[in-house]
Each structure stands twice: as structure tokens, then as C-alpha cells.
Ligand binder design. Structure first.
Ligand code: HEC
Length: 136
């Protein structure tokens, strides 16, 4: 009888270990799925239908702006999302008119936490960037 008790205890321990292993695997699977979605969400320039100037602008965006601004989601990062930045009349945060002149000023001079890019980007770079921002 005693030996039966021990073996059912072992059984219980085994099955709870299996439960933990299964739990860990499920969590890992969930993370892998989220990571895969993130990769999938990144569309190629061709999928977005960008011409060569727009994709030149996208490269600049990815290297300079993306860490603080979401281009294709309305989620905020350090700065507000730039999804549809030129689709509305006014910029969402500052309330400035959403036009080329104001946005060029913000890029050149910066604003509050945002650095200015007059030393980093040429006026050609800024033109390319602006053409890309119009596709968002
Ligand atoms: C270090 C983070 C950071 C980087 C890098 C950055 N920005 Fe910003 N940006 C911000 C913040 C923060 C604001 C909000 C400023 C304010 O308080 O009005 C902002 C504001 C803006 C606005 C005005 C949005 C509004 O609704 O008023 C535009 C347009 C903009 N950024 C474009 C860009 C572009 C284009 C780049 C790349 C060249 C860039 N930003 C790089 C942080 C950043």
C-alpha cells in the first residue's frame, strides 16, 4: 500500500512537471508568434507602391525618425504617430497646419524633445523624406 502511495505521488509530480513544461512552451510559442507578426507587418517598398524618391525618403525615415515615430500604426512612441500626417489639416500634437513648410521647419529645427536635422540632412534628403511622408 505504501508503495502504491509513493508511485501515485511520483505520478502527480511527473504530471505537474509536464504541466510546467507545457506552460513554458506555450509562452515561447506566443512570443514567437508575436515576433513573426512584427516581421510580417514590415512591407517592402514595392508592396507599398513607392517610387524611387519615396523609397529614398523611407530609408531616411527608417534611419532617423522611426525610433520615435510610427509610420503605419497610430501608436505613439517618443513622438506622436506620423500615420496619415498630411491627411489631416492640423498636426495632431502641436496643432500646427499640416503642410510642407511647417513640417520642414520641424524637421530642420526640431521641437521640444525632438532633435533638429539641419546639420544631418541635406535639403535633398528633406525633400525625399517629405515625399515619403505624403504616402503615410
Ligand atoms: C528622439 C525622438 C525623435 C526623433 C528621432 C524624431 N522625432 Fe519628431 N517628434 C518627437 C517628439 C517628442 C515630438 C513632439 C514635439 C512637441 O512636443 O511638439 C515630435 C514631433 C514631430 C512632428 C510634429 C507632430 C505633431 O503632431 O505636432 C513631426 C512632423 C515630426 N516630429 C517629424 C519627424 C521626422 C520626419 C523625423 C525624422 C527626420 C523625426 N520627427 C525624428 C520626437 C522625435
Amino acid at each position: 500500500m505504501q508503495s502504491k502511495d509513493v508511485s501515485s505521488l511520483e505520478q502527480l509530480q511527473k504530471s505537474s512537471r509536464a504541466g510546467i513544461v507545457l506552460g513554458v512552451l506555450l509562452v515561447l510559442l506566443a512570443f514567437a508568434t508575436i515576433a513573426a507578426c512584427d516581421v510580417q507587418r514590415r512591407k517592402s517598398d514595392a508592396e507599398l507602391g513607392l517610387n524611387s524618391q519615396q523609397s529614398a525618403g523611407r530609408k531616411i525615415y527608417d534611419s532617423q525618425c522611426d525610433r520615435c515615430h510610427e509610420p503605419y500604426s497610430s501608436r505613439g512612441k517618443k513622438g506622436p504617430s506620423l500615420k496619415g500626417v498630411f491627411q489631416q489639416k492640423y498636426l495632431s500634437l502641436s496643432g500646427l497646419p499640416a503642410n510642407d513648410d511647417r513640417v520642414i521647419d520641424i524637421i530642420r529645427l526640431g521641437r521640444h524633445e525632438m532633435p533638429g536635422y539641419s546639420q544631418t540632412l541635406t535639403s535633398q534628403d528633406i525633400q525625399d523624406l517629405l515625399v515619403y511622408l505624403h504616402t503615410l
